[in-house]
Design a protein around this ligand. Structure first.
Ligand SMILES: C[S@@+](CC[C@H](N)C(=O)[O-])C[C@H]1O[C@@H](n2cnc3c(N)ncnc32)[C@H](O)[C@@H]1O
Length: 254
């Protein structure tokens, strides 16, 4: 899933999606352009050709990383995450979020990343200077989120610019599995592009979809989460998809 539409951000702005390339579906079921194995396989291939750099992670818009992290920092301050021991970064890429947002706050951070080269790069990138914190990158799960199930209790699970790579069915199942990975009082936070219309916008190039905000909200509720806070990222360049941060907790706990 491209950043700020993130992947190919500049091309993945709403205005630039051409009619031929964009298959929009009305709010409800997102039909992927390709059958499931192909949907995931094409995304895997797309990312295997992207450089393992911040610029690569952000579709050529590396300069928005600082603004993005600043917005996420403010968001985390506002929700007041209770624990500070262990966090999980989902669809972490080379660990841009881990290094700049999570390691300054948590003693240990695990990551889930499907691309082996990004996962390998994350070790080096996250141990290089400039984290501003003493946390350490711990376990790396080199697997797609559609197959991942947490086996630990995290104080925070963060997911950014990746959920558009999951089918609707796999997304709801993933949300459900995440609930088991949250320590008492912990949050699951997602930060994603959303479409401004009530339609889902498909991107054939990276094999992802951009969903409307209310679809994410519905899926979270369906999976047993309640939304605690929802904030739109400010100060991104014009022409990109709106980006929202949503913090939620399991319905049945605290
Ligand atoms: C736009 S990058 C975002 C990386 C990171 N979250 C960030 O904000 O810097 C999308 C990442 O999602 C990963 N990805 C794509 N499909 C995935 C899947 N099914 N499961 C896990 N990660 C996936 C890609 O390999 C890539 O590293």
């Amino acid at each position: 899933m491209e950043v700020a539409g993130i992947n190919n951000q500049q091309e993945k702005t709403e205005n630039s999606v051409s009619v031929e390339n964009a298959a929009s579906t009305s709010a409800g079921i997102t039909k992927s352009l390709a059958p499931e194995p192909e949907f995931y396989g094409k995304a895997q291939k797309y990312w295997s050709e992207v450089p393992a750099t911040v610029n690569g992670m952000l579709g050529g818009l590396g300069y928005i990383s600082a603004i993005d992290i600043q917005g996420s920092n403010t968001f985390l301050r506002e929700i007041r995450v209770p624990g500070n021991k262990l966090a999980l970064d989902c669809g972490a890429g080379i660990g841009r979020v881990t290094k700049n947002l999570l390691l300054p706050r948590f003693s240990r951070v695990d990551i889930v990343e499907q691309d082996p080269a990004f996962a390998e790069k994350a070790r080096e990138y996250c141990s290089s200077e400039g984290t501003g914190g003493s946390g350490e990158l711990d376990e790396i799960f080199n697997v797609g989120l559609q197959k991942f199930a947490p086996t630990k209790q995290y104080d925070l699970i963060w997911s950014q610019w990746v959920l558009g790579h999951l089918t609707d069915h796999d997304l709801v199942s993933f949300f459900r599995r995440l609930r088991q990975g949250l320590a008492p009082g912990a949050y699951f936070c997602m930060k994603e592009n959303v479409s401004s219309s009530r339609k889902t916008v498909e991107d054939k190039q990276d094999s992802s979809v951009t969903r409307p905000l209310d679809q994410y909200e519905r899926f979270l509720k369906e999976a047993g989460f309640r939304i605690v806070r929802k904030v739109k990222q400010q100060s991104f360049p014009k022409g990109l998809f709106p980006v929202y941060m949503i913090a939620c907790k399991p319905v049945s706990r605290d």
